[in-house]
Ligand binder design. Structure first.
Ligand SMILES: CC(=O)N[C@H]1[C@@H](OP(=O)(O)OP(=O)(O)OC[C@H]2O[C@@H](n3ccc(=O)[nH]c3=O)[C@H](O)[C@@H]2O)O[C@H](CO)[C@@H](O)[C@@H]1O
Ligand SMILES: C=C(OP(=O)(O)O)C(=O)O
Length: 429
């Protein structure tokens, strides 16, 4: 298993290209199941989760080819995937694949809507809470799907197709909104999704579906209207920039100081995180090329943060922000409201000398003067990158183990940081 070795203490300076968003690329790839024609996706990041989803879709009979960007082309440009779901040969998504990644469960909506049946294993994903799928299933039931659970599988049937419905989510769910949106796009008649997630990745999916011929309005607000169509066509769509990757490198720069341009990043995708970083002492400038982050001389100020659905502070940046706060000049409180068990980084950050007290959904962080390198264990995707951020600031060597978590969601992480002056390398074991 690979490890990442960091020797901390160097500021970051230079340019970091921001990749396409993992959490948009995955539902967009799944949307390819909705049409017999070719869906071409540009700016798809090269990530383990994307490769795993290629395998899962391949298992259904979907043909995926990678086009363009070869020798001599810009190695930093995302890949272009051509997704051809003309022939769906199998509507089962097996446990050994789905258990590894949460988003793979989302094939259930498109398969049911287009094929009238789906048998999909209950999902896995980051171990950050219980993460049930009841909202997904309730939405599919509202659209007329018959749903059973059998031996760890969701068995969904709609022999006569789905019908439009009013879907009211009891709580904001990104994944369940994706499921409802994709299923309702091919349902007969009108649907309304209330208390829909407003995340930019929902808007990206809706925009792609509209290019495919879907009739959708209101994506990006809490109420989405869908007028179902009998079939969707092929389209070409570029994945939006990754706001979580953007926020992560912004926090890394705020942590160690320096001057970094996050090229291709879009500030409108993470206003709340940028405002928080400014409050913490980072200088943030939005330019034509992206977002420039600087911290020169000034210390890190403590800031309290509570995670919330978009446009609030994202839970996927909570661990990274906590890493930053470990070196703030005072006490900060970080409250996690989305997932009940998303504090696994706390004990690992403590191994580097952080002082964090956990009480229910709130972590109180007492900033310390210095962190000291140590071996640490990645536990989930964002938790592991928080250890990288802390390691960049820690004195001496930090060795991050279980790097496969990082590879799920950060493209060429060590290369991007090393180019900006960080002493970081991957040790292949
Ligand atoms: C691949 C992807 O895009 N993953 C993101 C997605 O995950 P994901 O879509 O799984 O997260 P949700 O928005 O669905 O989860 C929000 C909350 O709703 C609960 N819930 C959800 C569905 C359900 O059927 N029942 C239920 O109770 C969850 O346990 C959680 O407490 O949104 C999360 C919240 O922004 C992010 O942290 C993840 O990075
Ligand atoms: C939690 C995440 O991913 P997943 O939903 O796939 O577990 C994430 O991207 O931070």
């Amino acid at each position: 298993m690979d490890k990442i070795r960091i020797v901390g203490g160097r500021p970051l300076s230079g340019t970091i290209p921001i990749s396409g968003a993992k959490n948009a690329a995955l539902p967009l790839m799944i949307a390819g199941l909705l049409t017999e024609e070719k869906l071409t996706l540009e700016n798809v990041p090269r990530l383990a989760d994307v490769a795993l989803l290629q395998r899962i879709l391949g298992n259904h009979g979907v043909d995926i080819t990678t086009a363009g960007k070869r020798n001599g082309d810009d190695p930093h440009a995302g890949q272009t995937l051509e997704i051809d779901a003309r022939a769906i040969v199998d509507t089962t998504a097996p446990y050994d694949l789905v258990s590894r990644m949460r988003a793979s469960f989302w094939v259930v909506g498109p398969l049911l809507a287009r094929m009238g049946e789906a048998r999909v294993s209950l999902p896995g994903g980051c171990a950050i809470g219980t993460r049930p799928v009841d909202f997904h299933l309730d939405a599919l039931r509202a659209l007329g799907g018959e749903i059973d659970i059998d031996a760890g599988y969701v068995v969904a049937r709609a022999p006569k197709g789905l019908s439009g419905a009013r879907i009211v989510f009891p709580k904001v769910s990104v994944g369940a909104t994706h499921t409802a949106l994709m299923a309702a796009a091919l349902a007969r008649g009108e649907s309304v999704i209330e208390n829909a997630a407003r995340e930019p990745e929902i808007v990206d999916l809706a925009q792609c579906l509209v290019k495919m011929g879907a009739r959708i309005s209101g994506a990006g607000t809490s109420t989405i209207q869908i007028d179902g169509v009998a079939r969707l066509r092929g389209a070409r769509h570029a994945v939006l920039p990754d706001r979580i990757e953007t926020g992560t490198y912004a926090m890394a720069t705020a942590m160690v100081g320096g001057d970094v341009l996050l090229a291709g990043a879009s500030a409108t995708l993470l206003e709340s995180a940028l405002a928080t970083l400014r409050a913490a002492g980072a200088e943030i400038d939005v330019t034509n090329e992206g977002i420039r982050v600087q911290r020169n001389g000034a210390g890190i100020r403590p800031v309290d943060v509570t995670t919330a659905p978009f446009p609030g502070f994202p839970t996927d940046l909570q661990a990274q922000f906590m890493a930053l706060m470990t070196r703030a000049g005072g006490r900060s409180r970080i409250t996690e409201t989305i997932f009940e068990n998303r504090f696994m980084h706390v004990q690992e950050l403590a191994r580097l000398g952080a002082r964090i007290h956990l009480d229910g959904d709130t972590a109180t962080v007492e900033g310390v003067e210095r962190l000291k390198g140590a071996p640490v264990m990645a536990t989930d995707l964002r938790a592991s990158v928080s250890l990288v951020i802390a390691g960049l600031a820690a004195e001496g060597e930090t060795m991050v183990q279980r790097v496969y978590h990082l590879d799920r969601g950060f493209e060429r992480l060590e290369e991007k940081l090393a180019r900006c002056g960080a002493q970081i390398e991957r040790l292949s074991m």
